[in-house]
Design a protein around this ligand. Sequence first.
Ligand SMILES: NC(=O)c1ccc[n+]([C@@H]2O[C@H](COP(=O)([O-])OP(=O)(O)OC[C@H]3O[C@@H](n4cnc5c(N)ncnc54)[C@H](O)[C@@H]3O)[C@@H](O)[C@H]2O)c1
Ligand SMILES: O=C(O)C(=O)C[C@@H](O)[C@H](O)[C@H](O)COP(=O)(O)O
Ligand SMILES: [Zn+2]
Length: 366
Amino acid sequence: MQTLKVDLGERSYPIHIGEGLLDQPELLAPHIAGRQVAIISNETVAPLYLERLSRSLAAYSVISVILPDGEAHKNWETLQLIFDGLLTARHDRRTTVIALGGGVIGDMAGFAAACYQRGVDFIQVPTTLLSQVDSSVGGKTGINHPLGKNMVGAFYQPQAVLIDTATLNTLPPRELSAGLAEVIKYGLICDEPFLTWLEEHVDALRNLDQAALTEAISRSCAAKALVVNADERESGVRATLNLGHTFGHAIETHMGYGVWLHGEAVAAGTVMALEMSQRLGWISAQERDRGIRLFKRAGLPVIPPEEMTEADFLEHMAIDKKVIDGRLRLVLLRHMGEAVVTDDYPKEILQATLGADYRALAQLKG
Ligand SMILES: NC(=O)c1ccc[n+]([C@@H]2O[C@H](COP(=O)([O-])OP(=O)(O)OC[C@H]3O[C@@H](n4cnc5c(N)ncnc54)[C@H](O)[C@@H]3O)[C@@H](O)[C@H]2O)c1
Ligand SMILES: O=C(O)C(=O)C[C@@H](O)[C@H](O)[C@H](O)COP(=O)(O)O
Ligand SMILES: [Zn+2]
């Protein structure tokens, strides 16, 4: 087992990474203050892992709240089910909420924990690659609004993150690929050697090679922890974690939540960010194509939805959380392995990026 740390003073917490950690109650116990525990999961993950996690919590009074599965349920109505469960079981302020599932469960359980009786402890037990490399770390919690992704939420850090890499053995290949989009993101924004490593190991990752997965997860969590330590509430460098997300969130919102997976939208959105960075003269066409090639090898889409017009993108992007005083800030690549957040770009370059021929780019000629 490896342990990393998110370093936020009094609110610091460990990220434990290893195979079989669901069966190690001693990793959870130090982070549970009272006798009550509420496991939040969904109808897909609960049959797979709830019993094992509950066995590790035999010393506590445990309830479970099982939510419907999917991004389409990351909303007020489903959040309410968590409060219903906690109140019906008379959980008090010393309860600990445990999120068992992917990013949807983690974001919703974390938001519920932030709100319930004005805040109770919570622990992340992420079971998708995406949630293990990204959403379980850093304390962004929340739900979607029909007009925009994650538009209602809170920064609320967990007490601990417990990553059992063996849970990935049951993850559908499409979901594994979606997680790889956020892994590739770290290489692009802050770690060029990691990109090279990913080029060498992408097939092993897709084949669920445990050693490769553990390395990718720990490098990703370490990269995210460094950024979060420096800028917990996204007043600066944390926004670089949003590479591809302004375009990607527009895709998710426009297409209907769950139609494109978050990681898929991030992949296509990152290709758009690569294209814009190339049009600005910051990276070369070969570097852009290097990124596109890696997304394709990871099994991810690199072409935005054909039905989305330039106007559709602009409409959704106008309510991105990085908009300040009506000016949209974008995360772009100054170099491979170095991201910048900027509102200083010619409007025509953004328009050309939205109108670019991604189908032709995806052919990767030359
Ligand atoms: N808070 C953050 O910092 C942050 C970061 C990235 C993404 N997110 C959010 O995370 C969400 C995406 O997360 P996700 O990709 O994990 O999607 P998800 O939570 O919808 O999980 C994907 C699918 O895999 C299933 N699943 C989960 N674990 C499984 C397992 N071990 N075996 C079999 N099936 C399993 C789920 O039931 C679901 O059907 C989005 O809502 C996104 O906005 C948040
Ligand atoms: O942790 C962050 O900061 C991120 O931006 C990570 C992203 O991968 C994630 O999708 C996040 O939920 C997006 O945040 P948002 O503030 O743009 O909704
Ligand atoms: Zn994301």
